[in-house]
Design a protein around this ligand. Structure first.
Ligand code: HEC
Length: 129
């Protein structure tokens, strides 16, 4: 019995669809639940994305956050990466990134976001290595 070309293509397409669906799951499973919520907040309600690119060296209003997890610990000598990122969100004017002006990043996240939301954002930023 001959199997039509269309049927073979269909079978192939469904195999590809399954593998790409699995690849997507593996990628999101790599993020903790907290980091996953932070990722959504970053692009969505937090509106961080409107000022911060995730592409290397792409400047919008703020600096690109590509690789920010790898620089965060060196920003202020007495702060760990996690502490610095927390401060960068809640008190943005405490440390101004070289080449940028202070006062542009909203100063209101400490009150507008819940502690859990801020922790989620920090967990997400810590994945940007
Ligand atoms: C209106 C634009 C704007 C928005 C919205 C904004 N930022 Fe910023 N952000 C900036 C600017 C400008 C800087 C650099 C000046 C400074 O250090 O304050 C900055 C700096 C930072 C830094 C420090 C980066 C480094 O390399 O040390 C982090 C982290 C950061 N922002 C995270 C966030 C997060 C998370 C949000 C969303 C909750 C956000 N920003 C929303 C403009 C913005």
């Amino acid at each position: 019995m001959r199997v039509s070309v269309a049927a073979r293509l269909c079978a192939l397409a469904s195999i590809l669809a399954i593998t790409s669906a699995c690849a997507g799951q593996a990628a999101s499973a790599a993020l903790s639940e907290s980091a996953e919520r932070g990722r959504e907040l970053f692009a969505g309600a937090g509106a961080c994305r409107s000022c911060h690119s995730l592409e290397q060296d792409e400047r919008i209003i703020g600096p690109s956050l590509y690789g920010v997890a790898s620089r965060a610990a060196e920003r202020e000598s007495d702060l760990s990466a996690e502490q610095y990122l927390h401060e960068a969100i809640t008190e943005p004017n405490k440390y101004i990134v070289a080449g940028f002006d202070g006062g542009l990043m909203p100063q209101t996240y400490a009150t507008k976001l819940s502690n859990v939301q801020i922790d989620d954002l920090v967990a997400y930023l810590l994945t940007l290595k």
